[in-house]
Design a protein around this ligand. Structure first.
Ligand code: CP3
Length: 340
């Protein structure tokens, strides 16, 4: 598989590409299945439908990897937290985790209740062409914790950050509980057939450097090392968003570092490319314009070269109303410009 080879810095015929949030609302084919399902969570829990939308971007855009269609919040959901998605508001947990009692009430083994995800993986791997990879994923413990404590998206992260400074022991108890669940969940994804895993730390940027390493990065690396110990042939990709200022301190056993669009890729190259393959990092909004897309691709390819060490991606997720045609153009362009 070209994508897996690229994760291990092996020679490939071109630089592979996939896009974060490549399955979603900008695809009319996705909207059709979602409307049939009724709502987003029902779609996630229906393996046939979830498999169908996982495969769509591979068929429509010709990306080199599919990413499992699900959501990072199925872990807190299956720990027993009621979850709803509100139009315009995003995810909401009406009863957030704030006390020791709340924490103790969380079910410890959500991976046992996530059979619908493993079923989706099996269906996708069955139908996906052999040369295309299937990426499994989880939210990073820190990002999951922000949703669980704040009760949804947040601008300030005031509740969870207050806990970091006033009750760090409680925070570490919470982080450990989530971390153990993520390990078990990713192991089950691997055993169901995914070819790589990515851990999304979307809200890494909410923390100052010292607290980022203590409450987020150390837990992510613990998971990565746990997986590499057991399944060394499965690439592990870490995507901590918004920590371009902390690149001089990145360490740990994993394979690919996901670079967000706010971090200049030449800076990531300088600090990390001798130890990790880099993935990224075109600003997703460029996709509204073909010229802006071409300019973005050329700059990244110039920096990273048409050679091992790079996987093309966006620097964060696709937006819900991007023109599909431009996404197809991006994939063709990357394949074309990086041909060896
Ligand atoms: O990348 C993919 O195509 C695979 C599927 C995927 C989804 N969410 C589907 C989804 C993945 C990998 C995620 C990860 C995810 N979910 C993250 C980390 C990545 C990132 O974007 O930073 C986060 C923070 C979430 C939590 C989440 N889920 C939010 C904040 C929202 C609402 C966002 C919005 O734009 O409304 C979701 C819902 C969600 N997850 C949608 C999709 C396709 C939109 C649901 C819909 O209305 O159909």
């Amino acid at each position: 598989m070209i994508f897996v080879d690229a994760c291990f810095k092996k020679e490939t015929p071109y630089t592979p590409i996939w896009m974060m949030r490549q399955a979603g609302r900008y695809l009319p084919e996705y909207m059709e299945v979602r409307n049939k399902a009724g709502d987003f969570l029902t779609l996630c829990k229906n393996p046939e439908m979830a498999a169908e939308v996982t495969l769509q971007p591979v068929e429509i855009l010709n990306v080199d990897a599919a990413i499992l269609f699900s959501d990072i919040l199925v872990i807190p959901l299956e720990m027993g937290m009621e979850l709803r998605f509100e139009k315009g508001e995003g995810p909401v947990f009406d009863k957030p985790i704030r006390t020791k009692e709340d924490l103790n009430a969380l079910y410890e083994y959500p991976e046992e209740r996530l059979g619908y995800v493993y079923e989706t993986i099996k269906l996708v791997r069955d139908k996906l062409p052999k040369e295309k990879a299937l990426i499994g994923f989880s939210g990073a413990p820190w990002t999951l914790a922000t949703y669980m404590v704040e009760g949804g998206g947040s601008k300030t992260y005031a509740n969870i950050k207050k806990l970091i400074y006033t009750d760090p022991e409680f925070m570490h108890d919470l982080m450990r509980k989530i971390t153990e669940a993520v390990k078990a969940y990713l192991i089950k994804q691997i055993e169901s057939g995914v070819n790589a895993v990515q851990i999304f730390d979307s809200w890494a940027s909410a923390l100052e450097k010292e607290k980022f390493f203590e409450f987020s990065w150390d837990y992510m690396v613990d998971i990565a090392e746990f997986l590499k110990e057991r399944y060394p042939h499965i690439p592990v990709i870490l995507f901590p968003k918004g920590i371009g200022g902390y690149l001089d301190s990145i360490y740990g056993r994993f394979d690919v570092f996901g670079v967000d669009w706010g971090t200049p890729i030449e800076l990531a190259k300088k600090h990390l490319s001798d130890r990790y393959v880099l993935q990224g990092n075109m600003e997703p909004t460029r996709l509204y314009s073909k010229e802006a897309t071409r300019e973005g691709v050329e700059k990244i390819v110039q920096t990273m070269g048409a050679k091992p060490g790079h996987i093309f991606n966006l620097g964060h997720g696709m937006l819900p109303d991007l023109p599909v045609e431009n996404a197809k153009y991006l994939v063709e362009l990357v394949h074309d410009l990086t041909k060896r």
